[in-house]
Design a binder for this molecule. Structure first.
Ligand SMILES: Nc1ncnc2c1ncn2[C@@H]1O[C@H](COP(=O)(O)OP(=O)(O)O)[C@@H](O)[C@H]1O
Ligand SMILES: N[C@@H](CCC(=O)OP(=O)(O)O)C(=O)O
Length: 379
């Protein structure tokens, strides 16, 4: 039973290994059990978005393969079949509880553009207001390698940031994060509460031992970095444990609970987009004064603090902000093109020629995110 608590917005990620039986095929029994639990959470009044893997696993046998294919086009063809089968199974079971399931397929390029990113958010908002369970997966069939989220762990954390979730629950075939890879070290111990992703934790998190899983624990830890930066508490637990979802919502489940730093303000949706979804176009190199201003004094980045401009970008693009010593300071939305900024760098605001002056500052205070709030960009 769900303990009575404030209405929460919860993102649940179900990995391929949690949905498949030993032969690699999707197990309707497993899917049904998880849907039944989600229905209980919905009945208690919470909003829930499901990020479900399993399209490739559900499709490859129907395509005539005995083993999960490894060639990209074959996986994509399998996903094209499997995604329909998955949604059919989800729709039917959610329907039996009186809930409507909807399908949302996303690629990383959809999230590169903030308008499309916000559009996805608005769509999900309408679905949630109307009691629907949005079911998200990567659009495997058309995604090219360079623009793949790659694993649904990362996708689930980005979706959690997009919808400003209260909790992210990542279900897997293991009951949480161990202090070493349990498939190679039988003495590895479960970590029950984690406040920070340290280098030791990153080193402990290895790849997947199953034939169907994609990223193993290491991609889950990358995902947790993203969700914690947004201030979203995150849980990793075993999909095969009875009542795992209900217990995770009640905080009584066995597993690993990742707790965001209570003092650190989470990123808002715009900052989350800048930090984890936008692609960067070029770099601005800043001096000491500018670094102190933006990291410690909550100030704008002014052109006078910019020493060098690298690459080509337009007004509105996201650029890397780097200190003269080479350290990455953060990233932000630039108010000038690269050529304009080259012309006005090191100038005080009143010295900027009228035909170039837009807002004044090179990057506005609300438009940048500094490290270590964010993890280094992935591309
Ligand atoms: N430190 C660790 N703690 C727990 N599991 C780990 C660790 N390092 C590697 N793993 C592996 O990660 C696997 C879970 O990831 P994966 O197979 O990709 O599942 P999913 O399909 O749920 O995403 C575990 O079964 C385990 O073999
Ligand atoms: N999008 C793919 C799954 C990718 C993925 O991350 O899988 P998993 O590691 O099992 O969560 C699919 O639906 O088959």
């Amino acid at each position: 039973m769900i303990e009575s608590q404030q209405k929460k917005r919860i993102v649940v990620k179900i990995g391929s290994s949690s949905l498949t039986s030993r032969n690699g095929e999707v197990s309707i029994q497993k899917l049904v059990r998880l849907v039944d639990e989600i229905a209980l959470i919905k009945d208690a009044g919470h909003e829930l978005i499901l990020v479900s893997s399993g399209a490739v696993a559900a499709g490859y046998r129907k395509l005539g393969f005995i083993d999960r294919p490894s060639v990209l086009a074959e996986k994509q063809a399998a996903a094209s079949i499997g995604q329909c089968l998955l949604m059919e199974a989800y729709s039917e079971r959610f329907g039996s509880h009186g809930y409507i399931a909807s399908q949302i397929l996303i690629t990383r390029s959809d999230f590169l553009d903030e308008k499309r990113y916000m559009n996805a958010r608005n769509t999900i908002q309408v679905l949630l207001e109307r009691g629907v369970v949005p079911i998200v997966n990567e659009n495997d069939t058309i995604t090219i390698k360079q623009l793949k989220f790659g694993d649904n762990d990362t996708l689930s954390a980005k979706v959690a940031g997009l919808v400003e979730a209260d909790q992210l629950i990542i279900l897997s075939d293991i009951d949480g994060l161990y202090d070493d890879n349990p498939s190679t070290n039988p003495d590895a111990k479960l970590l029950e509460v984690v406040h920070e992703i340290t280098a030791d934790i990153e080193a402990a998190a290895g790849g997947s031992a199953s034939d169907v899983g994609t990223g193993g624990m290491s991609s889950k830890i990358e995902a947790v970095k993203i969700s914690l930066a947004a201030g979203i508490e995150t849980f990793i637990g075993d999909a095969n444990k009875p009542n795992i979802l209900v217990d995770a919502v009640n905080h009584t489940a066995k597993g690993t609970y990742f707790k965001p730093n209570a003092e650190q303000e989470g990123l808002d949706v715009h900052q989350h987009w800048i930090a984890f979804n936008s692609g960067t176009k070029g770099e601005v190199i800043i001096d000491d004064g500018a670094r102190v201003a933006i990291t410690e004094e909550q100030s704008h980045l002014l052109p006078q603090g910019v020493r060098e401009v690298k690459g080509t970008f337009d007004c509105g693009d996201v650029v890397v902000i780097r200190h003269l010593n080479g350290d990455e300071v953060g990233r932000g939305v630039i108010n000038y093109s690269a050529d304009q900024l080259r012309e006005i760098k090191r100038l005080k605001l009143r010295e900027i020629p009228d035909h170039i002056r837009v807002i004044g500052e090179a990057i506005s205070q609300d438009d940048f995110v500094c490290y270590p709030t964010i993890v280094p960009p992935e591309s």
